[in-house]
Design a protein around this ligand. Structure first.
Ligand code: GLN
Length: 448
């Protein structure tokens, strides 16, 4: 039924890039047989799950939304994919995304933009737009995305779904095609908070293949849904309700916060003083790391190779990268290479690292007074396809509320709040202290 539904509706949405019918049916049959043998089944038995195309899937094409990886078939599964399989989930296909996860609208995909299921003229958000749209359109009940500076939370908000970015290190990055390694995290989208909690519990935990994965015990996040939130202290940062915030989004978020107050939470204004530097800091650090990570795509080891007119390896690198990378990726490689170059390194890269520390300290201080921080996820509801595509700075500014928690490594989620008058989704962002995903889930579940 899922396959038929995707076949029927994906043409218009463009949420899935690849759906391996045979393999999907085989996975389903294997689970049926397991059940018939009386074996116990995993926590996600038979649940069809979509996987962002930034995650390697054994034997199944993985492009990261880029032409340069066209034809690349990974010989291994990302750890998160292996863990889903071990829980008897069905990997139903690969979801569309901005090229190398760089973008906020999915318009940077080499395979065409994804349509927002609520309004096909609008963007679903990005970069995990396919994962968000697939869940919003109910093609599947859960997907995996990745979030470097908001790529799970922002599309969750713009598409009206629930999405979680875990604490940095909570989930293995092994097999996630790297964008900015000090920021990248994998996390779930789902139609409901408990479903996302179950997926996150399944994929979390130490992985010997990722040295940055944490050994912290993995709690049962599903059990945290429904826990009482009475007396919980909610911080509301002034800096997130400033110029540029759409009035309808603000009203919806303030109403959501009042609902929490009605549940017995205590609302306190807080200060996150360095918020205004987050966009600049993030785009220096993320692009620096990207310029280094993307150096491996050279036409030798993976995917596309463009042979230049004369046999010369440097010319081959150049021709391949020129044809294989899109405009935004090239822009980031140039910016990242620039901020890392001799003479500019201290002025840009080192300074950005220092400001990153200040942003992290803002949160540390705030969390002495409050248990979670609530804000809008995005300053606007879903914008029109084409509206910001020629203005990179306007696109970057859409990340203003998600970037700080990413720079601080904190867990955050976006939960649907009341839509706008025109029926466009609005997301409430909830950010918790390091490794306190349980608190996130308790607060998010209060809205269901
Ligand atoms: N929109 C941000 C960017 O373009 C964040 C992307 C992400 O989280 N992968 O970098």
């Amino acid at each position: 039924a899922t396959l038929a539904d995707i076949d029927r509706r994906n043409g218009a949405l463009n949420a899935f890039l690849a759906v391996p019918h045979e393999s999907v049916l085989e996975q389903a049959r294997a689970i049926d047989e397991k059940r018939a043998r009386g074996e116990s089944l995993g926590a996600l038995a038979g649940v069809p799950i979509g996987i962002k195309d930034a995650l390697c899937t054994r034997g199944l094409a993985t492009t990261a939304g880029s032409k340069i990886l066209e034809g690349y078939i990974p010989p291994y599964d990302a750890t998160v994919v292996a863990r889903l399989r071990a829980a008897d989930a069905i990997i139903v296909g690969k979801t569309n995304m901005d090229e190398f996860a760089m973008g906020s609208s999915n318009e940077n995909s080499a395979y065409g933009a994804v349509k927002n299921p609520w309004d096909p003229e609008r963007a679903p958000g990005g970069s995990s737009g396919g994962s968000a749209a697939a869940v919003a359109a109910r093609l599947v009940s859960a997907t995996l995305g990745s979030d470097t500076g908001g790529s799970i939370r922002q599309p969750a908000a713009l598409s009206g779904t629930f999405g979680v970015k875990p604490t940095y290190g909570r989930v293995s990055r092994f097999g996630l095609i790297a964008f900015a390694s000090s920021l990248d995290q994998v996390g779930p989208f789902a139609t409901d908070v408990r479903g996302a909690a179950r997926v996150l519990t399944t994929i979390s935990g130490k992985d010997p293949k990722d040295a940055t994965s944490l050994g912290a015990p993995v709690e049962d996040f599903e059990a945290a849904c429904g826990a009482s939130i009475k007396g919980l202290r909610i911080g509301v940062p002034d800096e997130y309700f400033a110029k540029g915030l759409d009035p309808e989004v603000e009203a919806s978020i303030r109403a959501a916060i009042s609902e929490l107050e009605a549940e017995g939470c205590v609302v306190k204004p807080i200060k996150l003083a360095h918020t205004r530097y987050a966009v600049a800091t993030y785009y220096v650090i993320a692009d620096a790391e990207a310029s280094s990570n993307l150096a491996r795509f050279d036409g030798v080891r993976y995917g596309l190779r463009v042979e230049p007119p004369r046999a010369d390896v440097r010319a081959m690198y150049g021709a391949t990268r020129d044809a294989g990378f899109g405009a935004e990726v090239k822009r980031r490689i140039l910016l990242g290479t620039f901020v890392l170059s001799a003479g500019y390194y201290d002025a840009y890269y080192v300074k950005a690292q220092k400001v990153r520390t200040l942003i992290r300290r803002d949160f540390e201080e705030a969390f002495r007074e409050v248990d979670v921080i609530c804000s809008p996820t995005s300053p606007t509801p879903a914008f029109r396809l084409g509206e910001k595509v020629d203005d990179p700075l306007a696109m970057y500014l859409n990340d203003v509320y998600t970037l700080p928690a990413s720079l601080a490594g904190l867990p955050g989620c976006s939960v649907p709040a009341a839509p706008t008058q025109a029926g466009l989704p609005v997301g409430l962002q909830i950010v918790a202290p390091w490794l306190r995903e349980t608190t996130l889930f308790s607060v998010a579940a209060a809205f269901e």
